[in-house]
Design a binder for this molecule. Structure first.
Ligand SMILES: Nc1ncnc2c1ncn2[C@@H]1O[C@H](COP(=O)(O)OP(=O)(O)OP(=O)(O)O)[C@@H](O)[C@H]1O
Ligand SMILES: [Mg+2]
Length: 376
């Protein structure tokens, strides 16, 4: 029997706890060719929600393209992925894709690569240098609108981890994108990411290229009622029984974070597979087991932090992150001046170790927080 709890990858189908409202809203807006920013802290379920929305949109007969900017190590690579994914959405046959790309973007030479698993993919041979690339930007950005017009079928394009665009050649790429995208009447765009300070700055700062470029949807945690029911059903579907209150104990411990909840449930399912029963008292020891197993990983993060950052993190993990500048908090960790604290906060947020919501700082990964509380 297969463990029904999936973590560390986007979840779809029966592994996806149905975020009905968000799914409906996003599907509708994209279908109307709007532009949306989908923003949340890490691992709340953005990519999963996107994958389910794209599935709906494909079923409705639209072309869909998903681009993960973490996979693009340069602007040339991004454009290569972008152009080939757009063509792939329209043409499924490799040879036709090849000819199509040659015809629509004559300046670029397509190439077919055979992967180690024997499958073939299409890419672009000899992408121009970075300065030449800018000449191709407009042509490539216009591609989905042109194709949508030609084929009379709208396009939906998702850029996941969109904040990474900032790592390429700065403003000119963003400006060219904006100039192009804002005229597209037959393409819906979704920009998602978890580096929230960067993304909010992109949309809310009048001096930035993406200012007011789209509506912002902030993804929250899955409501407790819905998520606890989803987890309970997954246990029961696989013949487990749960002691009263067990699921709530799990969600309390992981502070309702979807990723950590699935991780803890996955482990509980493995550890208690023989007895097929989860008691409330089993949950803490299983969390401890996860923390012990993950110690090398947490230690490597810890090792990369300065002494001040460690003290600050220790205080936030133990006292919470809402009164960071109070005398009591500063004294608890010997944290020094507020400017030193500001610097550490900024760097910890940049590393995505910390995050901030409504002026309250929190450790992004609740397991890491528990590891700091219990093991440091
Ligand atoms: N709707 C959902 N139903 C069930 N589990 C979910 C759901 N959304 C997220 N999860 C859990 O959280 C994990 C992370 O989800 P996902 O990768 O979609 O989040 P993300 O916000 O894109 O993360 P990141 O910020 O790292 O890109 C999933 O592997 C799954 O375990
Ligand atoms: Mg994601």
């Amino acid at each position: 029997m297969k463990n029904p709890f999936v973590y560390g990858e986007a979840v779809t189908g029966e592994n996806f706890s149905n975020r009905k409202e968000e799914l409906c809203e996003i599907t509708r807006d994209l279908e109307d060719c709007e532009r949306i920013f989908l923003i949340s802290p890490r691992r709340y379920g953005k990519t999963s929600l996107i994958m389910n929305a794209l599935e709906n949109l494909r079923t409705k007969g639209l072309y869909t393209v998903y681009i993960d900017l973490y996979k693009a190590t340069s602007i040339q690579k991004l454009l290569e992925i972008y152009a080939s994914e757009i063509v792939r959405a329209v043409e499924s046959k490799l040879e036709r894709m090849f000819n199509f790309l040659k015809k629509t973007l004559p300046g670029l030479r397509p190439k077919i690569t055979i992967q180690p698993d024997g499958s073939a993919t299409i890419g672009i041979e000899h992408f121009p240098t970075e300065s030449d690339t800018l000449r191709f930007l407009d042509e490539i950005y216009e591609l989905p609108q042109k194709l949508a017009e030609k084929k009379n079928k709208n396009f939906i394009i998702v850029f996941d981890e969109f904040q990474e665009i900032r790592n390429f050649n700065g403003e000119s790429i963003e400006k060219a994108m904006r100039a192009s995208f804002q005229h597209h009447s037959k393409v819906g765009y979704l920009f998602a990411g978890s580096k929230r300070h960067i993304l909010y700055d992109m949309v809310a700062n009048p001096s930035k290229a993406f200012y007011k470029m789209g509506r912002v949807i902030t993804l929250n945690k899955i409501p407790r009622l819905e998520f606890s029911e989803f987890l309970r059903q997954a246990f029961e579907r696989t013949e487990f029984t749960l002691e009263e209150g067990a699921v709530h104990k799990i969600l309390d411990l992981v502070n309702d974070c979807p990723y950590n909840a699935q991780f803890l449930c996955h482990k509980l399912w493995d550890v208690y597979f023989d007895v097929k029963k989860i008691r409330t008292n089993d949950i803490e020891p299983t969390l401890n087991l996860i923390l012990t197993e993950n110690t090398p990983f947490y230690l490597s993060i810890w090792d990369g932090l300065s002494m001040h950052q460690r003290r600050l993190l220790h205080s936030i993990a133990n006292l919470g992150g809402d009164h960071i500048f109070s005398q009591e908090f500063i004294a608890s960790g010997d944290l020094g001046s507020s400017s030193t604290i500001q610097t550490s906060l900024r760097l910890l947020i940049k590393k995505q170790v910390l995050d901030k919501e409504k002026d309250i700082y929190f450790v992004t990964d609740v397991f890491f927080k528990e590891w700091i509380r219990r093991k440091i």
